[in-house]
Design a protein around this ligand. Structure first.
Ligand SMILES: [Mn+2]
Length: 341
């Protein structure tokens, strides 16, 4: 619900309204403009009597808004959000490429890949330590040891690290992770989202493989409603009837999310396609559609990768991809994120 106040609304009456809403467990976010003050009501407004609020002398209009998400909604936050990931700004004209292996497999592997992707222009290192695998018999990741190896790779390159959390009970282990990823399968793990809402860490929230755009924004809402505004969205392909590709990249989600939300959006062409030679064209499409960055799987020896080898680029292929996207990124008015060290 949005309450638009009359110009020069009486301060005391406004305080009364805000206090009363507070007693109804509704949080109020005021946006003060030159001519208009808008109150965004966050919480369950379904029990609030719209006519009662409309009747207050300080109120110009009240609107029930369609979207059930407020914190992530552009209506309450017209400017793009910029999320700081260890000094790297995501959003607002910066374009970041997060690259690295699906799974961290060993110290030499992660450090060598980190160095390679950095020299090609990646500005963050991705790598899975806790792996959500379809089969319990598949490689489950190096877990805590993997996180330590990621930190070593960060030390060696300066690249901020991005890795997936699967359980709120692991949060302590992730204290020194720069960008915590919530994977597609956990997008609606609401207890995990609530816990992440209580920390201040930047969160990369991937869209679930069978979730709508609104559901993605509602999951972002869970994190933000808990007090953590640092959410980056990720489109990684959705499950459709098409079987030629692992998933179907929903290109329209990119401009749609840009229109509806102020949060940055990253695109993962690797999981979207499942096929390494499709990564480049999908990356180009994502940039053209307005993405703020890419997440790409890169492996030193894809045929031998412990997970997702078929969609992984070799460092040389990644280098080619980086060369091919730079012109388009610039054409879209964005600058490539860069890590000096
Ligand atoms: Mn993967």
């Amino acid at each position: 619900m949005v309450v638009i106040l009359k110009q020069n609304a009486d301060k005391k009456q406004l305080d009364n309204l805000v206090n009363w809403l507070g007693s109804q467990e509704i949080k109020v976010q005021a946006t003060v403009g030159v001519h208009t003050t808008i109150l965004g009501l966050v919480g369950d407004t379904s029990k609030i009597d719209i006519d009662m609020i409309q009747s207050l002398p300080i109120v110009e209009t009240v609107k029930r808004i369609q979207e059930p998400y407020k914190n992530s909604n552009r209506k309450f936050h017209p400017l793009d959000s910029i999320i700081d990931v260890r000094g790297q700004k995501v959003g607002e004209g910066m374009f970041h490429v997060m690259a690295g292996p699906c799974s961290i497999e060993g110290e030499d592997q992660i450090i060598n890949i980190a160095k390679a992707v950095k020299s090609s222009g990646a500005s963050m290192l991705r790598g899975g330590a806790f792996k959500p695998r379809t089969s319990p018999y598949a490689f489950q990741g190096l877990r805590g040891e993997g996180l330590e190896l990621m930190k070593k790779a960060r030390e060696a390159t300066g690249l901020p690290i991005v890795t997936e959390i699967m359980s709120a009970s692991h949060l302590e282990l992730f204290e020194d992770v720069d960008l915590i990823q919530v994977g597609a399968r956990d997008m609606q793990n609401f207890e995990l989202l609530k816990e992440l809402g209580h920390c201040k860490k930047p969160i990369l929230l991937k869209r679930g493989l069978a979730n709508t755009i609104e559901e993605l924004l509602m999951s972002a809402e869970y994190i933000m409603a808990g007090g953590n505004p640092n959410v980056i969205l990720c489109e990684r392909g959705i499950r459709t009837f098409e079987t030629a590709t692992r998933n179907t990249l929903d290109i329209s989600a990119i401009p749609y999310l840009k229109e509806k939300s102020h949060l940055p959006i990253i695109v993962d062409p690797s999981h979207a396609s499942g096929v390494s030679w499709l990564v480049n064209p999908l990356a180009m499409a994502a940039i053209a559609a307005g993405a703020d960055g890419l997440m790409i799987e890169v492996h030193n020896n894809p045929p031998k990768a412990l997970s997702d080898g078929a969609q992984s680029l070799t460092p040389a292929q990644f280098d080619e991809t980086m060369k091919s996207i730079k012109g388009l990124v610039a054409y879209m008015g964005k600058s490539m994120g860069k890590v000096e060290q």
